[in-house]
Ligand binder design. Structure first.
Ligand code: EPU
Length: 418
């Protein structure tokens, strides 16, 4: 397995271009299954999860082409298999996003149940219940979801939890249903708005995305369109923390600062100097920061996808802090690895108490999921000596060219072959 070797202690300096959002491009690729014309997607990040989704769509029979600028063109007119096998879903849970579009457009779908993962049990019962409310006939057998519906019909659905991919699946199912669907307690993440923007360009009738009540009036068919994916707010936030943790000075371009309010607020509170102009964020840090308390919750609150990176930052900031993980039940796997690097952290249920130390020391550590890998890389960037992060394949799922981008900013980081 590939590893990353990092020699820490260098303040990062320079400019970095933020890539398209992983959690936008995955549902938008799945939305291509809703029409028979070309969906041309720009600002697509070069990520393992994108490659997996492209393989999944190709396996189903879609025609795909990618140009040298990573503009991906998908045509689903030739799709013959309405099937997402276990082998694909187990490597990428977001494969569940094909369920709604397949059912809405082709009237059937067989999609593997994702099962648990390194951050929690992560069931998809709410996706299934919502589709059932729209008239789908669904059974779960042999680890697969078998779904059929001649024509979905609009329904009033109240989600007990504001699930992100659940909201996306139901929104995509509703765009071709008969009549009106109202999704209450919908997730409000910017990636939901991005998907809705793309669907509207395809001809869908959607209102209320970005609020907790989304209304979709079904249309007969959708058409192709050209759509550029929103910048990745979690990649942006991770680079902001990279600047903060190394006491560096970075300019992040191609960002969407309006999607990062709580992150910027927390970093400013910690003592970082941040300025924003249009889509550019400048950050400069030249002193040890104060640690900040955090509670993760759905957008617009603090994102669970930045919890691990902020624990790394709090580990070497001044004072004691509490980090509460409220979204996933098991998302502290990075903590024991950070402790091996000298961090002082106690876990009690879903609360991590961190007592900031003056410095971390390099160590061999193991990444357990995507954001945990980011947190260990951040710790490695500031630690004294060498850090080797194992199981680095996780990072390639969600951060485009991470070591190239960090090297350009002055970091000493290299990929070790298997
Ligand atoms: N939940 C249920 N039943 C369901 C669906 C969700 O109980 O049917 C629970 C989950 O177990 C969890 C909570 O609801 O406790 C919220 O999960 P959600 O469904 O919102 O998560 P998701 O849609 O599976 C997306 C992102 C995750 C991100 C979460 C939370 C994508 C492809 N994935 O996952 O991203 O952490 O929302 O914001 O959009 C990542 O990028 O590293 C990542 C894990």
């Amino acid at each position: 397995m590939e590893k990353l070797l990092i020699s820490g202690g260098i303040p990062l300096k320079g400019e970095v271009k933020i890539s398209g959002a992983k959690n936008s491009v995955l549902p938008i690729l799945a939305a291509s299954l809703l029409c028979e014309e070309d969906l041309i997607i720009g600002n697509v990040p070069h990520l393992q999860d994108v490659t997996t989704t492209i393989s999944l769509l190709t396996e189903m029979g879609a025609n795909l082409s990618i140009d040298e600028k990573m503009k991906v063109s998908v045509n689903a007119a030739s799709v013959k298999k309405f099937y997402a096998p276990y082998e694909m879903v187990k490597t990428m849970r977001a494969s569940i996003l094909v369920l709604g579009p397949l059912l809405a457009h082709f009237g059937e779908a067989k999609v593997s149940l994702p099962g648990g993962c390194a951050i929690g049990s992560r069931p998809v019962n709410l996706h299934i219940d919502g589709l059932k409310a729209m008239g789908a006939n669904i059974k779960v057998e042999d680890g697969y979801i078998f779904a059929k519906a001649k024509k979905l019909k609009g329904a009033k659905i109240t989600l007990p939890i504001a699930t992100v991919t659940g909201t996306e699946n139901l929104m995509m199912a509703a765009v071709l249903a008969n009549g009106r669907t109202v999704i209450k307690n919908a997730a409000k993440e910017p990636e939901i708005i991005d998907l809705a923007n793309c669907l509207r360009l395809m001809g869908a009738q959607i209102k209320g995305d970005g609020t907790s009540s989304i209304t979709v009036d079904g249309v007969k068919e959708l058409r192709g369109c050209n759509y550029d994916v929103l910048p990745d707010r979690i990649e942006t936030a991770t680079f902001l923390v990279a600047a903060a943790i190394t006491k560096g000075k970075l300019t992040l371009t191609h960002t969407r600062p309006d999607t990062l309010k709580i992150i910027i607020e927390k970093l400013k509170k910690a003592g970082a100097d941040i300025s924003i102009k249009n889509d550019i964020i400048n950050i400069e840090v030249n002193k040890q920061l104060n640690s900040v308390n955090i509670t993760t919750n759905p957008y617009p609150d603090f994102p669970t996808d930045m919890q691990a990176q902020f624990i790394a930052l709090n580990s070497i900031s001044k004072g004691k802090s509490k980090v509460v993980e409220s979204v996933f039940e098991n998302r502290f796997m990075h903590v024991q690895e950070l402790v091996r690097m000298g961090a002082n952290i106690d876990i009690n249920g879903n609360v991590a108490t961190i007592d900031g130390v003056k410095s971390l020391t390099g160590a061999p550590v193991m990444a357990t999921d995507l954001r945990a890998s980011a947190s260990l890389i951040l710790a490695g960037l500031v630690a004294k000596g060498e850090t080797v992060v194992d199981r680095i394949y996780h990072i390639d799922r969600g951060y485009e060219c991470i070591e190239e981008k960090l090297t350009k900013l002055g970091a000493n980081i290299k990929r070790l072959p298997q």
